[in-house]
Design a protein around this ligand. Sequence first.
Ligand code: V0V
Ligand code: CO
Length: 141
Amino acid sequence: MLTRIDHVGIAVASLAEAIPRYEEAFGLKVVHQEDNDRQGVREAMLLVHSGEAGNSYVQLLEPLREDSPVGKFLAKRGPGIHHIAYGVADIDSALAALTTTGFDLVNSTPVHGTAGSRIAFVHPKGLGGVLTELVEAAEGH
Ligand code: V0V
Ligand code: CO
């Protein structure tokens, strides 16, 4: 079902501070930035690897509001790894399979993700405490 690690989502207080650190440390480049109002985040995608199965990124996340998933996470735990996102070829069938096997989905149908992707989150409690996202990337991403 999974084709790659699409991204690791990292909660930060300030993109302006975090982006240069990641660029300096690993020579990564920001290839996309976007505000996602529904998710309450301003995000930057730094490309790590392009492969046959698609791309892998670091996703830096700054909250747009305190009362948002990343805002609450930062207040409770401070900056750090917020979620892992796996690539899938067909998110609708991936969600149907997870529902059948009894996983607790945050999104039972896909919502808008970065760069035109279709995404859905699976609750951390059934997956070792790790908030998990599925990504069906848009063509070319
Ligand atoms: C909360 N919890 C987490 C967590 N956030 N555990 C692991 N990783 C996280 N990121 C735990 C928390 O410690 C509590 O555990 C429990 O869940 C309830 O916490 P809460 O603060 O009351 O939070 P809730 O219940 O209001 O919300 C938690 C969920 C929420 C996971 C439902 O964060 C959510 O809907 N996330 C999905 C959307 C999202 O994260 N969007 C931002 C990225 P205890 O204390 O009960 O044990 S957007 C993105 O990645 C995009 C756009 C993209 O990639 O394209
Ligand atoms: Co994400």
